[in-house]
Design a protein around this ligand. Structure first.
Ligand code: F6P
Length: 546
């Protein structure tokens, strides 16, 4: 099959982009008074405002035509039908089954997975309720006061992001701590804060082979053994994994094992038993509402025409910015502190999925793929990196997210945050012309010569594109919808780029190389290793005992 850039719709988009590239957002707004009506979408209690993107309704027509030419509708159907869309691992990608609230069966490998999914959810419910009600206790009979989730990547980021985002639902009697990094810092700090007799450990690892997780889990196990004795392991440790032998070896009691399936990718797994820690921290009701929100977006994605389908629109706007306007970096800026880990969550979701350079049939891609995603809570970001976004030379596309209702009791303060959010979006779009700057300076009585000197520093070119995503409030159902929105956006982009978003061979390479490196660092020597690595090890040898 010809590369994507050879498609007639791709070419039409290039021509269209060449026409639009010279046009400022100021002109696009001046040309079309009805821009908001045409480029802001109200779906599922979201307002997705694309008016400040450097595009027109015609751009969206061409982009949806491109999506159709890439057979997006058929590929969405294939995803939901449980076809092996992750073809390098011969797996379906059926995370939608985990949040399927309908009676419809969902098939992976020809088998309806819904009975198993429901059984696992019932098991989670039983355990979480038992812990919350104090029926399930530690080995000394004390109620659990702390949960420590040990996991990394998809076995950590979603848990941290969701429990922070939904912090106001937190169960006050049960604190959650998340340990991911291999260096031991988090674990050591948690050990200082918790009492092992009332601490429950959740070892969360799809494969149960991940070095970071196993080393933290082993250290935690040693600690509990030393403090509480052998009998405590079965009472204080539960695990979530597809690897039952490894859970056996670790000593996880049979009824303390929670399963996952190979048709759930790590970065799509918070809806599975990986969400056990979310349910422990927040309660079953918010967790199930989160699932319901994910399902709402699944229904929207599978059945809404491309022209007003949120994940499709978001994916296509991203493609427009990256492939046709050359904006390779994408900043996500939530105006709600509770979403402070949302950009980090999206980094794994988007970059681990779409960071690929061969097509599904193994040929080099002929266009850029995989956007660089980064971000921070927008209000803090205003006082750090926004300067570069306003007046620097790096081209960045922006995405503002904000609930209308405050996530704290300080609505008036939140309103100030919202005002900042809207003001920033306006400033990025319209900038400040030299004439405006001069007028401003004159009004302040600045002499002409000084105004002429200052003006170039104060001019803001504007034309920096952004979307604004507004929603009523940040609750579990909305969060579920939001996460699933981005998940499906990633799929849409992968279809247009013709890549597999569900494998991650690049990460696997790093894991493989860490194998021989671990004993070399331990001994601070690698006689057969490459000289440049031996140089590093020599420094380790010298400084280890300094
Ligand atoms: O970072 C690579 C990765 O494989 C992710 O996809 C995954 O979420 C993470 O490692 C953790 O893997 P596991 O859950 O198997 O420990």
């Amino acid at each position: 099959m010809a590369g994507r850039t050879q498609l007639p719709t791709w070419r039409a988009l290039e021509t269209h982009a060449a026409e639009l590239r010279g046009r400022h957002l100021r002109e696009l707004f001046a040309d079309d008074a009805g821009r908001f009506g045409r480029l802001a979408f109200r779906e599922l209690d979201f307002l997705y405002d694309c008016t400040r993107q450097r595009l027109t309704p015609r751009t969206l027509e061409l982009l949806t035509a491109l999506a159709r030419e890439c057979r997006l509708e058929a590929r969405i159907a294939a995803l939901y039908a449980g076809e092996p869309v992750n073809h390098t691992e011969h797996r379906a990608a059926l995370h939608m089954a985990l949040r399927n609230r309908s009676e419809r069966p969902m098939f992976a490998g020809g088998r309806d997975v819904m009975p198993e999914v429901r059984a696992e959810l019932a098991k989670i419910r039983g355990f979480v309720t038992g812990v919350h009600e104090g029926r399930i206790t530690g080995v000394r009979g004390g109620r659990f006061t702390d949960v420590v989730n040990i996991g990394i990547g998809g076995s950590d980021l979603g848990i941290v992001m969701a429990t922070e985002a939904l912090g106001r639902y937190r169960n006050r009697g049960l604190r959650l701590h998340c340990v991911s990094n291999i260096d031991g810092v988090e674990l050591a700090e948690v050990m200082e804060r918790v009492d092992p007799a009332t601490t429950l450990f959740v070892i969360c690892s799809k494969t149960f082979t991940t070095l970071e997780t196993l080393s933290n889990a082993n250290a935690a196990r040693e600690w509990v053994l030393a403090e509480l004795g052998e009998a405590a392991i079965a009472r204080h440790f539960v695990a979530v994994s597809t690897n039952h032998e490894a859970m056996d070896r670790y000593g996880i009691a049979p009824d303390a094992r929670y399963t996952m399936w190979d048709w759930v990718g790590g970065r799509y797994s918070l809806w599975s038993a990986v969400g056990l820690s979310i349910a422990l921290a927040l309660g079953m009701e918010p967790f199930e509402l989160l699932l319901a929100g994910g399902h709402d977006m699944d229904e929207h994605f599978r059945s809404t025409p491309l022209e007003r389908n949120l994940p499709v629109l978001m994916g296509l706007v991203g493609i427009w910015n990256q492939n046709f306007l050359g904006l390779e970096s994408h900043a996500v800026l939530p105006y709600d502190r509770r979403l402070h880990r949302f950009p980090a969550y999206l980094q794994q979701l988007e970059m681990e999925s779409n960071g690929k350079s061969v097509t599904r049939d193994g040929k080099p891609v002929d266009c850029d793929t995989g956007t660089v995603v980064w971000g921070e809570p927008g209000n803090n970001a205003q006082h750090s990196f926004f300067q570069l976004l306003h007046q620097g030379t790096a081209p960045v596309a922006l995405e503002f997210l904000a609930p209308v209702q405050a996530s704290s009791r300080f609505q008036a303060q939140h309103d100030l945050g919202l005002a900042n959010c809207f003001a920033q979006a306006e400033a990025f779009a319209f900038g400040q012309t030299e004439a405006q700057v001069r007028e401003d300076l004159a009004a302040k009585g600045i002499p002409d010569a000084e105004a002429a000197r200052l003006a170039p520093h104060k001019v803001h070119a504007g034309n920096r594109p952004s979307s604004v995503i507004l929603f009523p409030r940040l609750g579990p159902r909305t969060l579920g919808r939001l996460i699933a929105w981005y998940e499906h956006k990633v799929y849409v982009q992968s279809v247009v780029w013709d890549i597999n978003p569900f494998d991650q061979w690049g990460v696997e390479l790093g894991k493989k190389l860490a194998g021989p490196m671990a004993p070399a660092v331990e001994r601070a020597a690698w006689p057969d290793g490459p000289p440049h690595v031996r140089g590093l090890l020599e420094a380790v040898r010298q400084w280890r005992h300094d």
